[in-house]
Ligand binder design. Structure first.
Ligand code: PRP
Ligand code: URA
Length: 242
């Protein structure tokens, strides 16, 4: 490809001087307020390195993807509203904390988005999960909607929309249209995503400025087949069938 290599930066723990830190590719920055990129910690970069590596086999791909997905879910939950909640500890002292108030559900964009369901279940016991089957046409990259099954009361819920790859943005945009057509307000949708292209993330943020996006990394761009670069290839294939 003619695209130059992605920029790199020193990364590593704070106690190491800059000169002793290794360099790693950095996430592109976006000016859109509603796109939140996970902190680029050495842990996250090591996990991303594993899943991007073309030599990583399926068992490891699943294991390391799941660890990133867990980070995304935990960060996504930080965007839900909480109310004050004071409790008494076993030693009789009070602790003024908070608790989440409201109903949530997950919605996965099949098939790759289903890989994120377990991470959501691990954090939100017995969470309801809706499904939207959207597939990109392999020739044109245009998304096609085949099926959806969503909780009846989805318009009263905060929706965690799940898809690991945001390339052109077509699939995610279509999924949000489906949710809106069922009465979900845009500002009640949180899109959890592993890797975004800058153009996909920008398209999405411009079209739906009230939908919050939580992503682990904004990559360099798209290749001529609309695959994310450097990317990780086809997430669904690597997680389910390769
Ligand atoms: C992939 C991916 C997204 C979509 C991203 O799914 O999981 O849904 O492509 O591309 P876009 O932003 O250009 O729409 P795909 O349609 O390949 O199906 P899969 O999940 O079955 O692999
Ligand atoms: N879907 C994927 O799984 N990977 C890409 O790079 C683009 C779309």
């Amino acid at each position: 490809s003619s695209t130059p290599d992605a920029p790199t930066r020193n990364v590593g723990p704070e106690y190491r001087p800059e000169t002793e830190k290794p360099t790693a590719t950095v996430s592109s920055e976006l000016s859109h307020q509603n796109v939140h990129i996970l902190p680029q910690t050495p842990q996250l970069i090591a996990l991303l390195t594993k899943i991007r590596d073309g030599n990583t086999q399926r068992a490891d791909f699943i294991f390391y993807s799941n660890r990133i997905i867990r980070l995304l879910v935990e960060e996504g939950l930080n965007h839900l509203p909480v109310v004050e909640h004071t409790i008494t500890t076993p030693v009789g002292r009070t602790y003024s904390g908070v608790k989440f108030e409201g109903k949530i559900c997950g919605v996965s964009i099949m098939r790759a988005g289903e890989a994120m369901e377990q991470g959501l279940r691990d954090c939100c016991r017995s969470v309801r999960i809706g499904k939207i089957l959207i597939q990109r046409d392999e020739e044109t990259s245009k998304p096609k909607l085949f099926y959806d099954k969503l909780p009846e009361d989805i318009s009263d819920r905060w929706v965690l929309l799940l898809d690991p790859m945001l390339a052109t943005g077509g699939s995610a945009l279509m999924a949000v249209e489906v949710l809106k057509s069922r009465g979900v307000p845009e500002d009640h949708i949180l899109f959890l995503n592993l890797i975004a292209s800058p153009q996909g993330a920008a398209n999405f943020a411009e079209q739906f400025p009230k939908v919050r996006v939580v992503t682990a990394f904004v990559d360099q761009g798209l290749d001529d087949k609309n695959y994310i670069i450097p990317g990780l290839g086809d997430f669904g294939d690597r997680f389910y069938t390769m």
